[in-house]
Design a protein around this ligand. Sequence first.
Ligand SMILES: [Mn+2]
Length: 438
Amino acid sequence: MSEIKNPVLDAGQVAEQNAKVQANLQADYEALGGVLSRRGVDIDKLTALAATFAVALPSWAAGTGGTRFARFAGKGEPRGVFEKMEDCGVVHQLTRVTPAVSLHFPWDKTDDASALKEVANGYGLGFDAVNSNTFQDQVGQEHTYKYGSLSAQSGAARAQAVQHNIECIELGKKLGSKALTVWVGDGANFPGQNNLRGSLERYLDSMKDIYGALPDDWNVFIEHKLFEPAFYATVIADWGTSFAAAQQLGPKAKCLVDLGHHAPNTNIEMIVARLAQFGKLGGFHFNDSKYGDDDLDSGSINPFQLFLVFNELADAAERAKSDNSGFNPAYMLDQSHNVTDPIESLMSSAVEVQRAFIQAALVDRNALRAFQESNDVLQAAQTLKAAYRTDVSAILATARVRAGGAADPVAAYRASGYREKVTVARPPKAGASSSGIV
Ligand SMILES: [Mn+2]
C-alpha cells in the first residue's frame, strides 16, 4: 500500500486521539487474543491479514445523494473531483483500507489527469474501476438516453453511448485504472415498449464495441440491477443475464455484484459462489438495503449477509490458492444517501466490509467441511455463527493504528474539525460536479 505523503489531517492530532484510547484498546486486544488462542487462532496473524484488506471508494459518495425525489445538500460538500479526492484522502488516512477511488464520468472529468493523479497519490490514493454514465443526459448532448443508451432503438444514441464508454477507458488509462464498470438503466416501463430479446441483442452489439476498445490488461465489469428506472423489464436485470453477457463478450468481461441490486430475500452469497465457480466474479459494490437500491452504509441492515458473502469469498480464495487459479475480485463501496456525513458513512462502511472479511477468515473451514460431510446441520450453522459472533473490533482498530490510521476513525474525524473547515472553504458553487443518485 502506498504511503501517505501529504496527509489531509494533522497526523499529530490523529496520534493524540489514538493515545487517549490506547490502554483500553490494548486490554481489549489482549482479551480477544486469549479467546482466539483457545480456538487455535493467532490474533497477530489476523491483524496482519486485516492490514492486507482494501476496498475502493466511490467518488460520488463524497457528496450527499439519497432519494430520487430530492437531494438535501450537506455542508462543505466537494464541488469537483479534486475536493472529492481530498475527502477520500481523509477516509483513507483514518481507516487505511481505502487506497483507491472509483471515478464516475463525466461527473469527474478533468482536463488535467496528471495533476489529479499527483494530488491523489499524495493522499495515498490510486484509481480503481472507472464508471460510465449513460443513464442521464448531459448538457449539450446530441442524442437523448430517454429511451435507452447501449440498447436504444436509435443507432445514433447507441453509438454515442459506446463512444462515451470508450472515452471513459481513455481517461482511466491516463489515471492508472484497470477496469470499466458499465451499468445501464435501459429497459421498459410498459409491456410492449421494447422487444425484450431485441433490446439485449442491441446491448450486446454495443458492448462488443466497448470490449474491443479495452487494453489487454483491463476488464469490463457488467453491473446488473433488478429494476429502476426501468420497472417493467430491465435489460441487465439479474446475474443470469449479466453472466450470459460476460460469457458472450469474452474473458475480459466479468460480473459485478452490487449488494443493493437484488430482490429482497435473494440469496446473494449463492450468486457470489456461482460467479466465482465459473470465473466470472469481477467485483462488488458494497452497500446495504432494506427494500431496493437503498444505497445504505455497508452492514447497516444485514451484517450477517455481508459476512456470508465474505464466507463464500474466503472459500473461493482457498480453492484458488490450492489450484493456483488466481482470485482477485475488485472491492468497491457504492453508497449515497441524505442523512449522514458522507465521510463518516464511508469510513464506517469500509470498516464493516473489513470486519466481514476478518470474521470470514475466522470460520473453521475444516470443521465446517466435516459437519457438512456428516450432515450435522446444526453444528455447521453454529460454526459460521461462532465466527460471525466474534467481535473483531480490537483487531481492526489495532491494524489501523499500526498502519498510522485512527483507532476510532469517526471520533478522530470529529475531533479534527474537518467538516467545519471545509464548510468555510467550500461555499456552494453553481454548476458544481454532481454526486450521488446512482
Ligand atoms: Mn453500484
